[in-house]
Design a protein around this ligand. Structure first.
Ligand SMILES: NC(=O)c1ccc[n+]([C@@H]2O[C@H](COP(=O)([O-])OP(=O)(O)OC[C@H]3O[C@@H](n4cnc5c(N)ncnc54)[C@H](O)[C@@H]3O)[C@@H](O)[C@H]2O)c1
Length: 483
């Protein structure tokens, strides 16, 4: 078979998906030039510096190996998109905040902007790849935008759906050894040639049997469905965590018992203060909206319950903290261990920590936050940003009263010094190994630990003198008396 003519790839959007995915493609495909472009100059500057704009284990090494060889980061969107054979689009697809579908539907402004740009600079035919997570049938709409806005009628655009399944924190591993890559295309000769070209790119390092093909709509829907199923598991075990606390069962024992059933499996069964990240909530809301617009109200309601349960879990955690501390946290310092939405990432988008901290601060607590990877600037920004606005590159933030009660600390010890309580909101491994006896000494008594991730050894903590709350487990004898 002749080698498909893919010499240059451009990717619009240098974020958590665009950056790592393109870096891994470049690393494994030295015969292809890969350029990642973005409107955000600072982000591009950071990708070209020693301090990359995002933290992912292994990312530095991959970028260093390929950058300057066949991997480039640039703000010259027109040039690189114009020259590319394949253009990946990996821009934000936030939840709409105003207008029809506000709070549910995906806002495709950035996607459409990218499509208009591709059309305006294209003088040769291109394969346009949806990497962003989009609603079903977006490819059809984007196809029209591309066709109607390109002045050269000889230019042909083939649209493929190639949703990204990476998980932050393990992105490089997921990209190097994916469970599968999914490519959706239309069933025409040119559509199938485009599928073959993208398959050829991935086949540089991924065996063909792991590269699945589907029609465009199935591929688009598969991504929303995968995230809905993953989030559903978290909400399911979280619902059981509430039942465990009320009944005296232990959610870890329940999870272990059901996880050994091969039909259920043991992954995604850790009870926690709730799921976060940029995708789960956004994609479920989007799925619900798609169902509603297609007249499938019961289906939409079914999936919406996953988000309702997640909000309930965060609220329940805040109520546990306040209730345990004698129904008032007013003017009490509370140390927050972990602000990222999961370990091994600095990403805070939709992190449960935002809702928990806001909940505590609204009750006038003073939160002192420590996270090994999240900057203080990011924490203050998150605490002053209304829900859903974080995903807009052009949103401007303002100071709010909430910030007066937020402090960001450089060490866990300084966060906990003088505090009445510690809330563990991210499962960073380092949290397991602190000298909690020394930390306890410097806290206000009685000293509480609320473990929203079930990562600490509560027997040891109770021996030290802490009153502890382990999510989904039988209550500390002290708390049994309080409730
Ligand atoms: N983060 C994840 O784990 C993940 C996983 C799978 C899929 N996704 C999906 O991938 C998409 C991107 O997510 P992300 O986390 O990388 O977002 P991100 O916010 O980190 O990156 C998006 C980038 O696109 C840029 N951008 C927006 N419009 C642009 C334009 N017209 N031209 C050039 N650049 C533009 C922004 O400046 C930003 O840097 C979303 O649809 C998301 O749902 C994300």
């Amino acid at each position: 078979m002749a080698t498909p003519p893919v010499k240059k790839i451009a990717c619009i959007g240098a974020g958590y998906v665009g950056g790592p995915t393109m870096a891994v493609i470049a690393l494994n495909s030295p015969d292809i030039e890969v350029v990642v472009v973005d409107i955000n100059e600072e982000r591009i500057k950071a990708w070209n510096s020693e301090t990359l704009p995002i933290y992912e284990p292994g990312l530095d090494e991959v970028v260093k190996a390929a950058r300057g060889r066949n991997l480039f980061f640039s703000t010259d969107t027109k040039k690189h998109v114009g020259e590319a054979d394949i253009v990946f689009v990996s821009v934000n697809t936030p939840t709409k905040t105003t207008g029809i579908g506000a709070g549910k539907a995906a806002d495709l402004t950035y996607w459409e902007g990218a499509a208009r740009l591709i059309a305006s600079v294209s003088t040769s035919s291109k394969i346009v790849v949806e990497k962003s997570t989009v609603p079903v049938k977006t490819a059809e709409a984007i196809g029209k935008v591309l066709k109607r806005n390109c002045s050269d009628p000889s230019v042909n655009f083939e649209i493929l759906s190639n949703p990204e399944f990476l998980a932050e924190g393990t992105a490089i591993e997921d990209l190097q050894k994916p469970d599968r890559v999914l490519i959706g295309g239309v069933d025409t000769p040119s559509g199938q040639a485009a599928v073959a070209a993208l398959k050829w790119v991935y086949n540089h390092w991924i065996p063909v049997e792991r590269i699945l093909t589907a029609n465009l709509w199935s591929a688009e829907l598969a991504k929303l469905t995968a995230n809905a199923f993953l989030a559903q598991r978290i909400s399911s075990i979280n619902s059981i965590s509430a039942l465990c606390e009320a009944s005296g069962a232990n959610v870890q024992q329940v999870a272990h018992a059901i996880g050994t059933d091969t039909r259920i499996g043991n992954k995604f069964l850790s009870a926690s203060v709730g799921f976060g990240g940029s995708c789960f909530q956004k994609d479920i809301l989007n799925l619900c909206y798609v169902c509603e617009t297609l007249g499938l109200r019961e289906v939409a309601d079914y999936w919406h319950a996953v988000v309702t349960m997640n909000d309930y879990q965060k609220q329940r955690f805040v109520e546990r903290v306040i209730g345990s501390m004698f129904n008032t946290v007013s003017n009490k310092k509370i140390a927050i261990f972990g602000f990222a939405f999961k370990k091994d990432t600095g990403d805070t988008r939709e992190t449960p920590a935002i809702d928990v901290c806001k909940g505590l601060v609204r009750d006038n607590a003073k939160v002192a936050v420590y996270d090994p990877k999240v900057t203080s600037e990011q924490i203050f920004r998150d605490m002053s940003t209304p829900k859903f606005e974080w995903d807009r590159p052009d949103y401007s933030r303002s100071h709010t009263r909430l910030l007066d009660n937020v402090q960001v600390c450089a060490t866990p010890e300084s966060a906990a010094e003088g505090a009445h309580a510690i809330c563990v909101l991210t499962e960073w491994d380092c949290f397991k190994h602190y000298d909690y006896a020394a930390i306890y000494e410097k806290m206000t008594k009685p000293a509480f630990i609320f473990d929203g991730r079930n990562v600490l050894d509560h027997d040891k903590l109770r021996e030290i003198g802490f009153i502890t709350y382990a999510l989904g487990k039988p209550l500390d004898p002290f708390l049994q008396k309080v409730y």
